[in-house]
Design a protein around this ligand. Sequence first.
Ligand code: PHE
Ligand code: ZN
Length: 885
Amino acid sequence: MNEIARQPKLLKDYAPPPYLIEEVELDFKLAPRAARVASKLRIRPNPKVATGGRPLVLDGEGLALESVALDGKALTPSDYELKEGSLTIPRAPAHPFTLELVTYCDPETNTALSGLYLSRGTYCTQCEPEGFRRITFFLDRPDVLAVYTVRIEAEREVAPILLSNGNPVAHGDIPGTGRHFAVWHDPFPKPSYLFALVGGRLAKVPDRFVTVSGREVDLAIYVEPGKEDRCSWAMESLKRAMRWDEERFGREYDLDVFNIVAVSDFNMGAMENKGLNIFNDKLVLARPDTASDADYASIEGVIAHEYFHNWSGDRVTCRDWFQLCLKEGLTVFRDQEFTGDTRSAPVERIAAVRMLKTHQFPEDAGPLAHAVRPASYIEINNFYTATVYEKGAEVCRMLQTLLGREGFRKGLDLYFERHDGEAVTVEDFVEAMADVSGRDLSQFMLWYTQSGTPELACSLDYDPHAKTARLSVSQVVPPTPGQTKKEPMLIPLKMGLIGANGDELPLKLDGKGVVNDGLLEITGREQVFEFRDIPSPPTPSLLRGFSAPVRLTVSLDPEQIEFLMRHDKDAFNRWQAAQTYATNLLTAASREGGDLSRVTGKEALRLAQALGQTAGDSSLEAAYRAEFLKLPSESDIARELARNVDTDAVRAARESLRRTIAGEIGSSLAELYEAIAPQGPYSPDPESTGVRALRGAALDLLVATGKPSALARAERHYREATNMTDAISALAILSHLDAPARDEALAHFYARWQDEPLVLDKWFAVQARAARSDSVETVRALLSHPKFSLKNPNRVRALIGSFVHGNPTGFNRADGAGFELLAEQAYEIDRFNPHVAARLLGAFESWRILEPVRQGRAKAVLEALARRQLSTDSYEIVTKTLGPS
Ligand code: PHE
Ligand code: ZN
């Protein structure tokens, strides 16, 4: 393995490129085994770098070089150095010049799905972060921005559709050859990672959008022929996103066309290439019978996300890959705001925080912890993480909280205006926010540079004589790999004090007047806030709306938490109180081997009562009520335990609490289930989605009673389902059971959907997630199913990904069989698609929180894997996960 590739790259080593490429003309002749790429580059020395005969080092991987010419003169091999990874011209001119290259690449054997590859016969590209170098030699780094003109030629039979970035300029036949061509021009300078090309036999679903200033834009979604009837939701979502970005952030679209292409083989979710977004088809295709409400929601969210990148990422891009959060954190924040505005703000907030806590908190607490802006990486592909995306979004949200909505909007306007067409840094972004607000945000910068989740400990003391309440706050940022000492951070703490009758008390701070919007700014390690005129002991509601990505501990007794779960006016915190109440019971029971009866009697019943009451409260949104009925997940509980985790005990504790709750409120859940049964045809609108979610959550709990009537209800739910949401939620419920109903439903589902890849993925996933003692064996058997293939990332994620990330008891089985399965499959995948393999291996990140036996097994499996030949991607994950030995 290439040792140089394994040297960490450091942020502090950033140096601007010695040359700039300002114009690019590309000419593609598509062919499966040898696609010809002729490239003409207008290059000039970078005036910001003292040049003078600097070597020009172009990146290139796996390319066959045919010719090089400089200013029209052919170069001979003695004029350049060709190595794997680069093409160097040692004596490049100190004045502007033209470089012409002809190279070939091989789309058909491109199994890494980076660069130019074939997905079910369609030519497509993926260039972020470093795929362009697998297409042609280039300065493949985001701070080199060029204007692209692209000509594509192919057999008309094979590829009647030819697309690239920007606007269409020309197209036509090449008479007598059966070939045709198309020319595209993108007037906006862009880095190479945003380049895209598509060629294939695709069906076009067209639409139109008129922007706020009257610009007419041709929209199109391209899909495999026959799937045109599954595009309307994606198209409607796109138009909603375009309108919303105008209204909320003043961002208008800027080209004549906006194209989306759906492909079946894709490493990630989707890609924001300028004017030509390429999507995993899972995030485009939806029809009521094939896609669930959750699918509809992700499609809407990701379509919006990629569209929003047009400004946050494309018009203003990143200087280097250390700045990845600059576009991803900001764009996730923007898509979350869109979803909150379009659907329900509290439910969206709950979903975002669940996501953060499930994926980012463990990352921040484990061996792969890194800052939102990391200072070093071995393989940048490994840094498309929950920390960069989800915590990155929280950092933007905190800026909005601190500056106010208007202030944040002004800051963002200034950022876009100031840096349009540039490749910039996190400092540039924060500086725009500082400039519009007049605030010093230097302490805030720690959110980008310090890793680890801050721990915020709060306590409230009431003085009945002085009628004051003192809130003591202390913060600790735990040590993380490579960062032992931490500075205190600026933490926006939204809070309220609630009086005995449930009313909000005014927050009068001694000496400082009334606290605006309940927002406190924590800046030191220890701080005390004293509130005056508090008539009786209040209950504090802290970190409202989850105003900062921290772990909060508050000393509250169960009665106070129960009070909050019934009365908090902050919808997020009201939900959080229910979760906290349940988590306290579940962690205690898990420590007792899963035996709930040893830690609680009445608390579990009081929780049941409160949940039942909220679930039945029709003045609340159905989707919100559904969130109440979902108990903390097994991984939530494990994360809170933080050490010595026995996943079987966790599962036993959770099952036993579910049984207790269902036993207590089962009859009201059954009534609710019947009362809200939807009538009429399926619609994916937020209200009907919420009702289905509430019904599904009620059914899920009901089945925990183990009563035959509940099982019969689940069977009926499956049988009578008229849409995928109901079918898959019933199938998931049945999948855990040892009952003929399970096998029958699975067989029925398979028979119906075996030829629909995206639906069949659900069949694989449901079995991989089933909480059963034989799940490792089930997954193993499915690996040899005729419909399983390691080559398709969606199928791999459906079976192996669902198992390792979504089945904690199965994956962490005490005999190590789950670990072995992952190690062996990831190794196989690593040989042809390192990116997908490395992501799967991320499932080992929490091995150190396990009890000693499981820990020992995980360690042994990781050590054995580290001794094998691994890609740079997997090598980085495995060695960092093991940590210093
Ligand atoms: N930039 C893509 C996004 O929107 C993610 C991605 C990264 C896709 C790398 C492909 C490869 O978030
Ligand atoms: Zn993104």
